[in-house]
Design a protein around this ligand. Structure first.
Ligand SMILES: [Zn+2]
Length: 209
């Protein structure tokens, strides 16, 4: 069944996002669990986690998605940014786990001119490390990018090759298709037929396992 929802604000406390989504009649919703424009994240208290899950259960919402902050770059060739990015991903997986959020949307970043192969290897290593270190059950959703210079994941082939770079047992991965990015990257979704074709191409590329 198609579930519809929006990104909701967490102003005033994470748990308030649940009420906002519920009031809007959402069947799914997305949040930032922390300030998306900062490297620092405030720890989630046990009380916040408790309130968040109580409210989720209370309104029967299950499809909850967190979106990674914007600063981490999992494809970066620069050591310092890279290791902070892997740490941020591990931290966010743990935050999701604590809140009972089953999905985390992740941007694939930019290889900053180091090449697609380097970018792909960096991302695969980052994903694997964060999945293992966090021990989390959260499903990471790789988001397609609009295809600006050096950005990773703007084509279905690129996303597929990143997924295939991980050993099968670490592939706790899905894909988040951003329709704006899809269109910017050159995929036609302007008519029902074009959308159908593009989604067919996607399914032909990404191994459902
Ligand atoms: Zn995004």
């Amino acid at each position: 069944m198609l579930q519809l929802g929006v990104h909701v604000s967490v102003a005033g406390g994470l748990e308030r996002a649940v009420d906002r989504a519920h009031r809007k009649g959402c069947q799914a919703f997305q949040i930032f669990t922390t300030n998306p424009r900062s490297w620092r994240s405030r720890p989630i208290s046990a009380e916040t986690a408790r309130l968040f899950s109580i409210r989720l259960k209370g309104c029967g919402l299950e499809t909850v998605v967190s979106h990674m902050p914007y600063l981490p770059n999992l494809a970066s060739p620069r050591e310092e940014v890279y290791s902070r990015s892997v740490e941020a991903l591990t931290d966010e997986l743990l935050r999701c786990q604590l809140l009972g959020i089953p999905y985390l949307v992740v941007h694939l970043g930019s290889n900053l001119g180091a090449g697609r192969r380097s970018g792909r290897e960096r991302i695969a290593e980052a994903l694997q490390k964060a999945i293992i270190d966090s021990g989390s059950e959260v499903l990471i959703l790789l988001e397609n990018s609009p295809g600006t210079r050096n950005s990773m994941g703007s084509t279905f082939e690129d996303i597929a090759s990143i997924i295939e770079s991980l050993p099968r047992q670490s592939r706790r991965l899905g894909v988040c298709l951003d329709t704006c990015h899809l269109f910017a990257a050159g995929y036609d979704i302007r008519t029902p037929q074009a959308l159908e074709r593009t989604l067919g191409e996607f399914e032909g590329c990404i191994d459902p396992e």
